[in-house]
Design a protein around this ligand. Structure first.
Ligand code: ADP
Ligand code: MG
Length: 700
């Protein structure tokens, strides 16, 4: 390997201690290697000239040859701008300045060929270029730039301290001089030839100093492939090692509990998707390997019954099981639901949450340790060290997106032999993302809702239509339905949000006066016992309206509730809106979701609202969400290590990701320990990566 690459950046000619310090602090560049992996964000293409009619609404920098045929000052309110009409043989556009008029008016030559360069904006069908770089064509031809100019990631501090883009390019050139531009190949010869990839050295050269568009594209492809390939390789290897090394408890029998329940107590026929998923889980549990499975199913798709039946298999084999949910309300609901489903089964089930009394806790701890307790349901409280199982065989985590990956591994360590793990999530994760973030998990999907559900009617209404909405609500309540009204609660502005909620509550109380109407209210600042009391009143039908913050987002099940009103819906994220909507449509009645907003809506808000009105398919919604927010935001900081990619983009480079996963799988299938000589570069690179930045740290 090119040992020079580990040289501290201070030693590179032209860097020195001060710049080295800045590079370390601002961009995390410590060595030559780090520098070479600082890829440009974009390139200024000075090799191409555009015609005015070719301009697209994509806001990229373009270069155009043409003439200024007119100049005028335009006043708009207090501000003024200088507008030039710029023409080529295909059409006309505008050049715009907001300052420096005097000098510009004196120096711009009319009807003379210029090259202008900059970003364009479109107004209607006219394009304009604000503050263009301008050069006379004759001058331009004299010092013609022959290549695309890279633009490196930077920070304000870097440019303030003089490390401009030009300086970065110089430093990069120096690095190529000192290393002779020769870099160890990191992919196998087979991969290079099969995928017609350019070599590592060629790719690095062209990513920093692209000779032309085609070589740049090939360099990008090769480096993106490589990046995604090694992530997939690590994830798949991890999964394989799990399966071979980590012996699980083999649950070889499906016995009394499961069969009795299946034959006598199932309250409904399982959907085909539920049956399929239960089979997948059964196969995992019956194998010798520890199960690590992600169960995805939209809200209301019936994951709970799958969880229960999986737990019954554990019990049939003499093991205990636990089910962890993110909120107290949800834990209580699971507890009551499962108690009811299991009432004839002679199983001991208990609930453990933050508000369980100390005396009860002690009893639970004891029963857990001596094995009298079969199933424990609860919140994070299950993770406490004091909670010890006699023999935990299966741990289920509901609504994964609320839990970090750390918790997953904490459950793992509850036994000497790790329990089987089933993670259930109602937020569908786009496949590409699932592949990257949960590449080490097996995935089951419930893609079918129980029969007889009517699709929820979703509409978007402005606040100005509130009266109509209220009339509708009254009609529904008079028909015997129940209604949720949800307010946003966003951390930073909690006090204001809280006031919104209370104001809302008061005005609803005026519109729906007691004793005819009863209203529950639930929010985060209430004591758990009070929340529970209010929840129960709504569940029992004693109240018709539930005013709440997003506390109710997850899992709550009240089949008679058929209207969901979301206030300030523009402030919610897509997956949250989808989750909230999932609270209704659980009974036989036609259900409605009303998204209330003000008139001021950003483009993203509009897209979110339109998506909600248009579809109720969780996977489709997840795809839109991914495009709007990007992967880092969706998965939270836990996984950002995996998603913090240098060059690839999980959303845009979906196809390369699939290709990378395909080849990683193929190679590992044929050579699981990468010991074959042709895989030496892969093994070597893999070991290097594992040493420097073990992505396993980010994933359980
Ligand atoms: P989620 O996947 O959101 O956790 P639940 O497990 O809470 O969904 O199920 C939602 C509702 O659908 C519950 O009332 C449950 O009893 C019901 N249900 C689940 N599976 C079926 C089925 N196969 N047929 C009819 N109803 C079902
Ligand atoms: Mg659920």
């Amino acid at each position: 390997m090119n040992s020079k690459l580990q040289t501290p950046i201070d030693y590179l000619k032209g860097v020195g201690p001060n710049r080295a310090d800045l590079l370390r602090k601002e961009l995390g560049i410590h060595t030559y290697q780090d520098l070479i992996n600082l890829f440009p964000n974009r390139y200024l293409d000075r090799t191409q000239y555009y015609k005015i009619t070719q301009l697209q609404r994509n806001n990229a920098e373009v270069q155009i040859i043409g003439r200024v045929v007119g100049l005028k000052e335009v006043a708009q309110g207090k501000s003024k701008r200088l507008v030039a009409t710029f023409k080529d043989e295909t059409g006309a556009m505008e050049l715009v300045w907001f300052r420096g008029f005097k000098w510009l008016k004196e120096s711009i030559k009319l009807n003379t060929d210029y090259v202008v360069f900059g970003k364009t904006n479109a107004f209607g069908s006219t394009f304009s270029m604000p503050h263009p770089e301008m050069e006379l064509l004759i001058e331009h031809e004299k010092n013609l730039r022959s290549a695309m100019q890279p633009v490196y990631p930077s920070t304000e501090k870097l440019s303030n301290k003089g490390i401009t883009n030009r300086v970065m390019s110089k430093i990069m050139q120096q690095l190529f001089l000192e290393t002779h531009g020769k870099f160890e190949e990191t992919l196998s010869v087979d991969l290079l030839s099969e995928l017609k990839l350019i070599s590592k050295s060629e790719a690095l050269f062209n990513i920093h100093f692209p000779k032309n568009q085609e070589l740049l594209a090939r360099a990008q492809f090769r480096l993106k492939f490589e990046e995604l390939f090694y992530i997939q390789l690590q994830l798949i290897l991890k999964n394989l090692i799990h399966k071979s090394k980590i012996k699980g408890f083999p649950f070889d029998q499906v016995g009394e509990y499961f069969n009795t329940f299946f034959k006598q107590h199932l309250p409904f026929d399982l959907t085909n998707a539920q049956k399929r998923v239960i089979k997948e889980i059964r196969a995992d549990l019956g194998s010798n390997a520890q199960m690590n499975r992600l169960l995805q199913g939209d809200v209301g798709s019936g994951k709970t019954i799958v969880a229960l039946m999986s737990m019954l298999i554990a019990l049939d084999n003499g093991f205990q099981a636990c089910l962890m949910a993110p909120t107290e309300i949800l834990s209580v609901q699971h507890y009551n639901g499962l108690l009811d489903l299991c009432k004839d089964l002679n199983i001991s089930i208990k609930l453990l949450t933050g508000s369980t009394k100390t005396s009860d806790r002690r009893i639970i701890h004891e029963a857990l340790e001596n094995g009298e307790l079969d199933i424990l349901i609860g919140t994070h409280a299950l993770l406490e060290d004091k909670v010890k199982f006699k023999n935990l065989g299966l741990a289920i985590i509901d609504e994964q997106h609320r839990f970090g990956v750390a918790q997953r591994s904490k459950l793992w360590r509850k036994n000497l032999t790790p329990p089987h793990i089933l993670v259930m999530t109602a937020t569908p994760i786009p496949r590409t993302l699932a592949m990257s973030v949960y590449g080490d998990l097996d995935i089951s999907i419930i893609d079918e809702l129980p029969p007889g559900r009517q699709p929820i009617k979703t509409v978007h209404r402005y606040d100005s239509n509130r009266l109509k909405v209220l009339r509708f609500v009254r009609d529904e309540i008079d028909k015997g339905r129940q209604v949720y009204i949800v307010y946003p609660l966003i951390q930073e502005s909690e006090n204001m949000d809280y006031k919104d909620l209370m104001d809302g509550y008061e005005s609803i109380a005026r519109d729906f006066p007691s004793p005819k109407y009863q209203i529950s209210i639930v929010h985060g600042q209430m004591k758990p016992a009070d929340k529970e009391f209010e929840m129960q009143r709504f569940i029992k039908g004693e109240t018709q309206i539930m005013v709440a913050t997003t506390v109710i987002e997850v899992g709550v099940n009240v089949p008679n509730a058929s209207v969901m009103i979301i206030e300030s819906a523009e402030r919610f994220g897509l997956s949250q809106l989808h989750q909230l909507r999932g609270r209704v449509g659980r009974g036989a009645e036609q259900s409605f979701c009303i998204l209330m907003t003000s008139h001021k809506l950003s483009n993203d808000s509009k897209t979110r609202l339109e998506t909600m009105v248009k579809t109720s398919d969780g996977f489709e919604i997840a795809e839109v969400d991914l495009k709007l927010r990007g992967p880092g935001d969706i998965m939270g900081t836990q996984q950002s290590g995996v998603l913090n990619l240098k060059i690839a983009d999980i959303v845009k480079d979906n196809d390369i990701l699939k290709l990378a996963r395909f080849h990683a799988l193929k190679i590992l299938k044929n050579d699981p320990r990468l010991v074959k000589p042709q895989h030496r570069p892969i093994l070597f690179t893999y070991q290097q990566l594992a040493k420097y930045k073990n992505i396993w740290n980010y994933i359980s």
